[in-house]
Design a protein. Sequence first.
Length: 367
Amino acid sequence: MSTKVQLLRAPLHYLDKQQIFTALSGPVGYLDELYLLIERNGRFAGLGELRLNMEFVTGLDPDAMLEAVQTLVSHIDWSADFRTLLSNLDQYCNHTPMAARGLVDMALHDAAAREQGVSVTEFLGGQPKAAVPTNQCIFWCDNQTLVERVQRYVARGFTDIKLRIGIVEFETDLARLATTRTLLPDTGTLAVDVNGSWTPEQALDYLPALAEFDLEYVEQPIAPGQLDVLAQLTSVSPAPIMLDEDITGLEVVDILLALDVPILAHLKIPKLGGIGPVVEAARRLQQSDVQVMIGQMNEGGCASAAVVQAAMAVESRYHELYGADGIDTDPAPGLVYESGVVRPPRQAGLGVNLSTERASPIAAFRS
């Protein structure tokens, strides 16, 4: 039995030239995607995907993250069966960035599920669905672009909208919220993501002013690492507070549960280290009646397929699965976005394959 593992890289762009622009990231013009392709005995076995240019989350620039991935991949004994590799992955991950671990975990979940002829959702004990609802996000942009994008999403049936705020003065955010709310149907929902840009003092002042917009939630109003003020914020907020940037490992989940403060939790593969940890975190939180969102970091079809599978496995209350919507020539196509939902391929594993001609090879490892 021979196994070949390849790393490939591809720059991805959105068709409407949309920039990712949040209070945390600043403007990001494209997605710098890394793929981990596993072949066994000359046949496709599994696939993972990681966005390299998100140093605002990982603390590592693309070259440093790529080096971390190569180090991890080179140390793994790829001759073992996939379920064993998945179970023993942590033994290879001393000082490995969560995002690098997440890439390998994703590919191994895909490979192990394919080997059994089931979807990743079924492999995790869940029930696959034909479609999963998802929100859509309005990143920072001028007012005309905001209106056009909201109208376009609503016309396609996407009426669950999250608006990024905290980049300019609060009065401008209030005006943008008012504009967005008027464009949504009565059944539409609106949420905001501050990406941690407010101080605790600002949050205590600003949160009550959001009451008129009937928000579904307010995501990460203050910078991570200030969990001691959560109780104060929840007491003045007119909408539930959702944490994202704070949730960087399973140990944080335990801390949140010990605080016993009513919050929502946004869980992501690059921050928690894989599909497995995301599902474990979700189930721990759900057992304590904490509702979760399964989301992504604006990535391509493979990484988005992974979060769709995780969302189905845990039956999460909230879904942020839009990452691959509108990408031009995605190397891992297959997800369909329409009528307010994402439709995953009904195939084994993650359900997507890699068109290698759309990505550039970087390195290969054999065992």
